[in-house]
Design a protein around this ligand. Structure first.
Ligand code: HEC
Ligand code: HEC
Length: 316
């Protein structure tokens, strides 16, 4: 009897949690095999970017075969620690710069980490290593890769890489645009890209983050920006919903001590994290502080809050 009641309760509770936090699909851009098949391939073409002396093929840009990825703008940043620039093939650690870029700008499908508190960054890697942080979306393969890298890293490497990224300045602001319609999109390599020639469609209850310049983003240009299309009125609604966040995240959401900055960051990334706190996929030693903040958030609240946070300057 007792166990049966327990079971019924567990089902009822998980039902409630689901209603509050159904996966925000827009934040994941889960790749599909058909779309991946049409991703730009390395055909030997040597690519360039404005203001860079670099000349790289697409394989060199991504660091295929666990080679060091392209560093388009070496004068942008201090000397990278070896693990960031080149990874460690022996331990199957991919160069951090391949995903988070040498300047820490990152991409919506991973995380922008420039200028975040070093203690915070190291704690995240430690949480991943200890099995206290993962993605609630099993199809998000790159998040699982990130956990695998953390598991292979030493404490000293976590401290060194965290210190490097923490010392970097903010990069390119995200342009937040309130709109009723958005381009029709397809996911490719974790990004939402417009379907050429397709008519606009209603935005619905979503944030759509897409490269300001698709060709440059496909060359992993660390100076290229993103546009976040958000529903009309989302920024004001998000501001109202975010009043209580400032107590911990700072008056302008710029972060305070080891509480991370959340201003001007990718709305897709932020939404995945709010969802992960809700589901308990993020449950490190300091994640408990986020529990009350996310407990009652609906899917629409997450759209509005992330639209607002993305619109803020990283530093006030
Ligand atoms: C294959 C791509 C990839 C590589 C390479 C990679 N990461 Fe990540 N990283 C991710 C993804 C994806 C996430 C976010 C997962 C999510 O959305 O929950 C992430 C998140 C993080 C976070 C948490 C950020 C935050 O705000 O909480 C830190 C810290 C981090 N990575 C550090 C590193 C370091 C240091 C390296 C190099 C040793 C590295 N990453 C290499 C994909 C990558
Ligand atoms: C009681 C303090 C507190 C409040 C209030 C709070 N947060 Fe947090 N938040 C934290 C802490 C601490 C962390 C880091 C958790 C960890 O290390 O796992 C965090 C992490 C986050 C992250 C993850 C950032 C990243 O880089 O991955 C997001 C997003 C976030 N908070 C958003 C919010 C929003 C939105 C609100 C308001 C609705 C809010 N927080 C209210 C303390 C708080």
């Amino acid at each position: 009897m007792k166990t049966r009641l327990g079971l019924i309760l567990a089902v009822a509770i998980s039902g409630v949690a689901w209603a509050q936090s159904s996966t925000p699909d827009w934040a994941y851009a889960v790749p599909t095999p058909e779309n991946e098949a049409t991703a730009p391939k390395d055909d030997g073409t040597v690519c360039t970017l404005p203001g860079s002396e670099g000349k790289f093929t697409r394989s060199q840009i991504s660091g295929a075969g666990r080679k060091p990825p392209a560093d388009w703008y070496p004068s942008d940043h201090p000397l990278m620690p070896a693990l960031i620039a080149a990874g460690d093939p022996a331990r199957q650690i991919t160069a951090c710069a391949a995903c988070h870029y040498p300047n820490g700008k990152g991409r919506p499908q991973n995380a922008g980490i420039a200028g975040l508190n070093a203690e915070y960054l190291a704690r995240q890697m430690q949480d991943m290593k200890q099995g206290l942080r993962a993605s609630s979306e099993p199809r998000k393969k790159n998040a699982q890769q990130m956990v695998d890298f953390a598991k292979a890293m030493t404490d000293a490497e976590m401290a060194e890489t965290a210190a490097y990224y923490a010392a970097l300045p903010p990069t390119v602001p995200i342009k937040v645009v309130e709109t009723e319609t958005v381009p029709k999109l397809r996911s490719q390599e974790g990004l939402w890209l417009p379907v050429e020639g397709a008519p606009q469609e209603p935005i619905g209850d979503r944030v759509i983050e897409t490269p300001a310049d698709v060709a440059r983003e496909q060359l992993r240009d660390p100076h290229a920006g993103f546009i976040a299309y958000v529903p009309v009125g989302a920024v004001a609604k998000g501001a109202a919903l975010s009043k209580g966040c400032a107590m911990c995240h700072g008056a302008n959401m710029e972060g305070r001590a080891a509480v991370p900055g959340i201003a001007g960051r990718s709305p897709s990334y932020l939404a995945r994290q709010l969802h992960d706190f809700q589901t308990g996929a993020r449950r490190g030693p300091m994640a408990g502080m986020m529990k009350p903040a996310v407990a009652k958030l609906t899917a629409s609240d997450i759209v509005n809050i992330t639209a607002y946070l993305a619109s803020l300057p990283v530093k006030p």
